[in-house]
Design a binder for this molecule. Sequence first.
Ligand SMILES: [Zn+2]
Length: 98
Amino acid sequence: MKCKTCGKEFKGVLLEYYGDWECSDCNKEDVIHSEEGTKIFLETFSAGSSYEQLVATNHLSFFKEYTVDKIEVGSWHTDVWLKEIPEISFNSVFFVRA
Ligand SMILES: [Zn+2]
């Protein structure tokens, strides 16, 4: 799939809803517009479900830069996989773009 704004092919992005989605170059603010290689930071543990918080607190730390491996964007929920922590997905609400 390609970005409707700049035409770039998405990297590491799975869109689970039908709609326009801007690539990580066209939207540099939102975590949900990350692609493979985008750098993000942990912002908070006070988000998501209690299970998601447990997973996050067990694996993530503040002031550490993480690299997005892939992202699965749903209409109301987005999961992020990090290169530093393979095989575990995190709710995107914990992060901010670097
Ligand atoms: Zn774009």
